[in-house]
Design a protein around this ligand. Sequence first.
Ligand code: NDP
Ligand code: 2IT
Length: 439
Amino acid sequence: MQDVKNRNPNQDEFVQAVGEVANDIYNWVQGRDDYHDAQILHRMTEPDRIVSFRVVWEDDDNNVRVQRGWRVQNNNAIGPYKGGLRFSPGVNESVLKFLAFEQTFKNSLTGLPLGGGKGGSDFDPKGKSDAEVMRFCQSFMTELCRHIGPSLDVPAGDIGVGAREIGYLFGQYKRITGRFEGVLTGKALAYGGSQMRPEATGFGAVYFLREMLKSDDQEIEGKTAILSGSGNVALYAARKLIDCKVKVLSLSDSDGVIEIKEGLDEKQLEWIQTLKFEKRGRISEAADEFDGITFHKGKTPWALEADIAMPCATQNELAADAAKALAGNGITHVLEGANMPTTADAMAVLREKGVAVAPAKAANAGGVAVSGLEMSQNAERMSWERAKLDDLLTEIMADIHHKCRKAGKGDDGSVDYRRGANIAGFEKVADAMLAYGVM
Ligand code: NDP
Ligand code: 2IT
């Protein structure tokens, strides 16, 4: 790890993500001389390549604006690079390297032939007009298009990149290359998108939770949950939790948290979906609209009492103090909807207090799994029915759960899902790399 730190100065997020994996697989790889001799882990910590580029666009007042763009192609040992694009002012090379690294193991866990990548820009879509977002996306894709392709690298959405952005990006790819092909996932149904892709990450996380509870002889029905975030992952997780008769007691954005004392109802959720996905409003507006909802400015959900906590916003949003509060408030399960939402210190607290943690690379893998299925549909120029995709997603999440339990079981019979996810995700990629020899 010291070597990883030295090689990646000022890249804290990347070092953190590598540290988690290295720590969890350390004992398991002892005795695997083939991995050691081939320097597998060391090789995995160097991305195959990073493309970095300038993105220039004009705002509505004709000012020329300059942004940075990246694509981190981390590892294609088991399939074409695959992973989302993030547009957010906090994006930098460290964040994208950590996300691409995580994605590699997550994609391996899905059982589908998907390598790992991630990309994005420090562009902030918030407060921009549709025309500005379109011009930015077109400029971004004008460079990115030469580095991606259906068998090479297939980007998708992430923070700040949803259906609108994917539409502009795909349109520009098609315009420049002249090819209509499955080069992006998360497309709308009208032009080659998949049923269930918008819902897949949030729904998949809840399917994973259901499996976790089942293996402890618990029912999901009747539980209470606190969620952070109010984007794609949080709102579809909330939708599935409500279907499973779980009370959703909070949602949030970077302004603060809404507390929903009686639990979110269908009508409120639909209203919030329109607010966030169509009107691009702020979560505090839900408190102005509904009596049972209160807004706490600048706060997070982690002080509220519940059975389940689901961080669904961003990395390192759940720190040690919050973890202590969660454990003290009766939280039994933490389900990571976001990527690496729990700091290393917070993770240590949760482990010590015996709170079960479903790690991001397992819990939120449903999104990329259905992206993989979107690629299959595009390749055969077909589109599958919603029920089939929901069944496949359910099966994939159950299979990931099974892999995590199997690899994460300790000598005393207890299960560490994070260790299990890291070992099971690592093994498939490592074995493929071994097969290719030294490269
Ligand atoms: P969205 O852009 O749809 O929503 C992001 C949400 O998180 C918003 O509510 C946003 O609030 C909040 N948020 C973002 N940054 C911060 C911050 N620094 N502090 C507090 N709140 C913040 O993104 P997604 O829902 O798609 O992604 C959420 C997380 O899930 C990310 O970690 C992403 O990597 C992960 N993920 C997403 C998948 C997908 O399929 N979309 C798949 C797997 C993982 P605000 O509007 O105020 O910024
Ligand atoms: O973090 C993730 O898994 C995603 N943002 C989804 C990636 C994808 O290719 O669907």
